[in-house]
Design a protein around this ligand. Sequence first.
Ligand code: SF4
Length: 245
Amino acid sequence: MQPDFFKIISFLQDKYPIAQIKILTNGRRFFYEEFSKACVNLGKVNFIIPIHGFDEITHDEITRVEGSFHQTVAGLKNIMHARRIGQEVEIRIIITKLNYKKIKRILDFVHKEIPQADRLVIIFLEYEGQAIKNFKNVKLSYADFMKEFKIIKPFLGRDKEIRFYHFPLCVVPYDFWPYLWRTLRADEVTFLNQCEKCKMKEFCLGIHKNYLKLFGRKEFQPIRESFLIESDNNYHHPIASVKKQ
Ligand code: SF4
């Protein structure tokens, strides 16, 4: 919608030639083939597009824009079709009370309809801005989401990379730890006194400060078991593999 979009991207590419440019968008304008081709022709850019449901009803309920599912999915397919070698396409699912019980159907949909996407990222909602305004409607705790990991497990390693953002370690089964990424800024998270007793603290993202204000601290219990951790020394991806000791 920004009329100077292409000029801005070209400016950035000239000024910062080694920077990785990621276009994070609802993807609706990619519905228009001309536009999606023009974006692909920008060269060294990657695309990140969220999907909130598995059909028009479940997706449009969250975006509050009728027809958005249709445009986003068609847009994703246009980009997938036109993209150049080296251009990545990432799909994000931001989980809230409105869609977390539908996670299997959303994953099935992505697996079937957009199998060539490079990456799928499941993001725990950050309680900020609109999420606080609509707290009653979107309210979801880590404890609520815990059961869903079992449902997600068969999708790991299927056809695309899967990542999880915004999850502290103690609210996730240990076999999922290698899929967790540390993506919140240090000033957005905190650790509790009890975290000092946790054997995994050095690998943990910490807890979003607003989450603690809204849900309290009960869910976060120090991990006392020992694990064999392999790390590839990437701050953002602290655990490469894990085994129980
Ligand atoms: S107890 Fe604290 S440091 Fe340990 S995993 Fe939970 S939040 Fe992270």
